[in-house]
Write a protein that binds this ligand. Structure first.
Ligand SMILES: NC(=O)C1=CN([C@@H]2O[C@H](COP(=O)(O)OP(=O)(O)OC[C@H]3O[C@@H](n4cnc5c(N)ncnc54)[C@H](O)[C@@H]3O)[C@@H](O)[C@H]2O)C=CC1
Ligand SMILES: O=C(CO)COP(=O)(O)O
Length: 341
């Protein structure tokens, strides 16, 4: 297959390495960076020293750059396009690809920030952005528990490919399923996207919990009640409940709530140490999507009449309305609730 990965951060680079194959070549893969100097640095070092240091690019992996306006021409002969930008870059890239006949999948996990002058009062899921700017595109999402460093090193991982189009799901399985990476198919794109977005907010909460040394009981309670929150929002938005017991729900939540490679978890750990949000974000050098989508998660829940107490506490913390210890007190001080619920 001819695959073009748009976005040369940690995750785009890791997925390009995985599809390209090492040592045996698998697919014909091009990694596109929006900045020419970044593409030149990648090409010269054959390594993404800025975003994924210490991992060599496969010999067969091509690197390109160019203005986004050139993407329709660059991508015309491909079999599959992968958008690997943060959520903030999705709308612009989809707009460039709106007339493409090539299947497209995005890797970003979050809700888009509310757009100035938009009809909707709150931010959108990725497939809702696609419906606005590229309604004819055949598209989907690839998500699930997957730290870039581990996938790039060929350590065993599993992902979920979600799309309403069987052809898109099949293209993603053909492109990425292999000896070290399993790709499961799912037609519940709402569930997979909600799982990928909300787990980022919950990872900030568990980072905070661990940074405050609240203990393993507290972390298990946060993960479990967080999963209930995530499922409640997803089902209200049209997802199937069982999707949240899969890779992009429980799987990604467990990974990023407990794994120190998670940038969102790192934000929580740093806030617990008394760093400001700005200091925490600046020290990462990578995007932590939970910081940008937490408010939207809560707004969408409130617009549906739902409570998401953990996510609401994260928003209050990010906004500076609550100090870490007060966020814990607010959660523990809630009245009794029946389970499941
Ligand atoms: N790093 C990981 O392990 C994983 C990340 N993801 C998701 O993938 C997305 C990207 O994450 P990373 O690659 O880790 O981020 P990163 O912070 O390592 O790199 C972001 C990349 O996107 C580029 N970029 C930023 N704004 C852009 C725009 N407007 N248009 C085009 N490109 C733009 C940057 O130049 C940079 O190359 C995020 O939504 C993240 O949640 C998903 C699974 C795993
Ligand atoms: O989504 C991820 C792994 O599945 C990466 O999580 P972070 O963005 O928190 O690093």
């Amino acid at each position: 297959m001819k695959i073009i990965v748009l976005g040369a951060g940690a995750w785009g680079t890791a997925m390009a390495i995985s599809a390209s194959g090492q040592p045996a070549a698998r697919h014909q893969v091009t990694l596109w960076a929006r900045s020419a100097p970044q593409a030149e640095a990648l090409q010269a070092a054959r390594e993404n020293a800025r975003y994924l240091p210490g991992i060599a690019l496969p010999v067969a992996l091509a690197v390109q750059s160019g203005p986004p306006e050139a993407l329709p021409a660059l991508t015309a002969g491909a079999d599959l396009l992968i958008i690997a930008s943060p959520m903030a870059g999705l709308r612009g890239l989809l707009a460039q690809l709106r007339d493409s006949a090539v299947p497209v999948a995005w890797l970003c996990k979050g809700f888009e920030a509310p757009q100035a002058g938009a009809a909707a009062a709150f931010g959108l899921m990725a497939h809702e952005v696609r419906a606005q700017v590229a309604p004819a595109l055949r598209s989907g999402v690839l998500s699930g528990p997957s730290f870039a460093q581990e996938v790039a090193r060929g350590q065993p991982s599993a992902l979920v490919a979600a799309s309403e189009h069987a052809a898109v799901r099949d293209a993603l399985v053909d492109a990425f399923h292999g000896p070290t990476l399993r790709v499961y198919a799912n037609d519940d794109i709402v569930g997979v996207e909600v799982g990928g977005a909300v787990k980022n907010v919950l990872s900030i909460a568990t980072g905070l919990c661990d940074g405050l040394n609240l203990g393993l009981n507290a972390r298990a309670a946060l993960i479990t009640r967080g999963l209930a929150e995530m499922t409640r929002l997803g089902v209200a938005l049209g997802a199937r409940a069982d999707t949240f017991m899969g890779l992009s729900g429980l799987g990604d939540l467990v990974l990023t709530a407990t794994g120190d490679l998670s940038r969102n978890r790192q934000v929580g750990l740093l806030l617990a140490q008394g760093r400001t949000l700005q200091q925490a974000v600046d020290s990462l050098g990578h995007v932590a999507e939970g910081v940008y989508c937490a408010r939207t998660v809560v707004q969408r829940a409130q617009s549906l009449g739902l409570e998401m107490p953990i996510s609401q506490s994260v928003v209050a913390l990010l906004d500076g309305r609550l100090k870490p210890a007060d966020a814990v007190a607010a959660l523990m001080g809630r009245g009794p609730v029946a389970e499941p619920g």
